[in-house]
Design a protein around this ligand. Structure first.
Ligand code: ZN
Length: 214
């Protein structure tokens, strides 16, 4: 049985949205306003490429001439995906949490943690979010997944090997989606549409991401 309803798992971008501590606050400002006599409403967006629901490009953490987000292959973001739910007690996702999942080469995997229920409710950045450590990232890279998604602003843990986890995935050609809101999305099989903005050469881009239950 197919449920035809698409679920939007992207976080609404808005001024004041929780953001990475070192980044400026995202702002969305009406610079032309019909209410003030203008012919059209026009919003000026100011944010880093890693705001809200977004993707990382290989050049985000790898030196040299690595691909930017404009080189994201559409087929990597469109197709079957698996949502894996991790228990609330899981504070760091390690290899142990993933190795019994029977991951196949070419799979798209979205990891749902307590982040989805808690982290988006506050505008304060929470360093206690659930992320992957290097053992999990290396495991996913070796398993050959094509895309991995997480439900807060970084795939890596805040303190520790977060950068190394990014490098392990990006250097293996695994595409990273961050900042998903998987609240209310049960574990299972889905059709995924994940499309980052095509910003030339950029190290990442906001993405609209939707799921439909299979
Ligand atoms: Zn990242």
């Amino acid at each position: 049985m197919m449920n035809q309803t698409w679920i939007d798992v992207s976080v609404p971008l808005r001024t004041g949205l929780v953001h990475w501590p070192d980044d400026p606050e995202p702002t969305f400002e009406l610079i032309s306003d019909i209410e003030h006599g203008a012919e059209a409403n026009v919003t000026l967006c100011r944010m880093t490429a890693h705001t809200g629901t977004h993707m990382d490009a290989p050049c985000h953490f790898l030196p040299g001439k690595m691909p930017g987000i404009d080189r994201f292959p559409l087929e990597a973001g469109i197709g079957h995906a698996r949502v894996i739910s991790l228990p609330d007690g899981c504070d760091v996702i390690s290899r142990t949490e993933l190795e019994h999942q029977d991951l196949k080469r070419g799979e798209r995997v979205l990891l749902k943690t307590r982040n989805s229920r808690r982290q988006w409710a506050t505008e304060d950045f929470d360093t206690g979010y659930v992320g992957l450590n290097l053992s999990a990232a290396t495991f996913l890279a070796n398993a050959g997944v094509v895309l991995i998604g997480v439900d807060y602003l970084s795939i890596g843990v805040f303190k520790g090997d977060g950068a190394a986890a990014h490098r392990a995935l990006l250097s293996a050609g695994v595409w990273i989606v961050e900042g998903l809101d998987l609240n209310g999305v049960p574990e299972g099989s889905y059709e995924l549409v994940c499309l980052p903005l095509r910003i030339a050469g950029a190290d990442g881009a906001p993405a609209r991401v939707a799921l439909r239950r299979l």
